[in-house]
Design a protein around this ligand. Structure first.
Ligand SMILES: N[C@H](CCC[C@H](N)C(=O)O)C(=O)O
Length: 279
């Protein structure tokens, strides 16, 4: 499935307890020798003592099989699967970032309550104490990002024009900067007006992707914190728009966008045994 071109292999493991080592995930995710995806997603059964959850979602990056704490676009896709399967109009998905509630809008799009952003420096996490509203970091034309954790780390840089930034060159330098002990997702954002933002993303362990839901949430939160945008904005990524609202009442971030099914099938057992990812 994909959300705005951020693509996923989603494996239903509710009746399959075979181990899934990172190298297997990277092999399946490889675009030439596997299926190919930005993130590899698992659906697992909820724990017996977790009746509120319809399912558990695991999120792994395609480059190396590393776990990611959040993935907004894939959460919409998994919610779509669960809503179709159960007939329910609201579902709850257990993730590393907590229990995320999702529902379908009248136009068929899916909204996920992504929870509250975490904004203190230890939560991003950063390696030194900093005001996360203006982190002391400059990489080429990118400087003083806003730090936001949406269950995963984000460094948001405001720029005059996203098109003039060499993100493939700069993204990995920020991702791996020692200031970010768990590395970071990297967003560049241009304010079009107080309700419309244009962003591009370099994802941790996935590189340039067409869209990043948690990144769009981080961008909206950063823009509100800097006083540059309203609390409800349209964030346009390379793959298209998401509507993000940082809700005043409870501080939760709501993300609304499309889901799309590409194809379904059965993974070959050979792909599911630990094999070496192609270089
Ligand atoms: N594409 C995802 C985010 C993946 C984040 C991952 N690259 C990480 O290591 O945190 C999204 O829609 O939110």
């Amino acid at each position: 499935m994909h959300g705005l071109g951020n693509d996923f292999v989603i494996v239903d493991r509710r009746a399959d307890a075979r181990p899934l080592p990172p190298e297997t995930i990277a092999a399946v995710s490889h675009r030439r020798t596997g299926v190919g995806c930005d993130q590899f997603i698992t659906i697992e059964p909820p724990a017996a003592d977790d009746p509120a959850a319809d399912a558990v979602m695991g999120i792994f990056n395609g480059d190396d099989g590393s776990p990611a704490g959040a993935c907004g676009n894939a959460t919409r896709c998994v919610a779509d699967i669960l809503m179709r399967e159960t007939g329910k109009d609201t579902v709850a998905i257990r993730t590393a970032a907590g229990l995320l509630t999702a529902w379908r809008e009248d136009d068929g799009q899916v909204t996920v309550d992504m929870g509250e952003p975490r904004l203190d420096w230890q939560a991003i996490p950063l390696s030194t104490e900093q005001d996360t509203l203006s982190i002391d970091l400059t990489v080429g034309p990118l400087s003083r990002p806003v730090g936001v954790n949406m269950g995963n780390p984000h460094a948001v840089f405001f720029v005059p024009a996203v098109a003039s930034i060499d993100l493939p060159a700069l993204g990995p330098q920020v991702e791996r900067h020692p200031l970010f002990p768990e590395r970071t997702n990297v967003e560049i954002v241009q304010i079009l007006d107080r309700r419309s933002l244009r962003m591009r993303v370099w994802e941790r362990a996935a590189g340039i992707t067409q869209a990043c839901g948690s990144g769009a949430c981080a961008v909206a939160v950063a823009a509100v914190r800097r006083g540059l945008a309203e609390r409800r904005v349209t964030v346009t990524l390379d793959g298209g728009p998401l509507v993000i609202e940082w809700r005043e009442a409870d501080g939760h971030v709501l993300m609304t966008g499309p889901v799309a099914m590409s194809f379904s099938g059965t993974l070959d057992a050979a792909l599911l045994s630990p094999i070496q990812a192609a270089p």
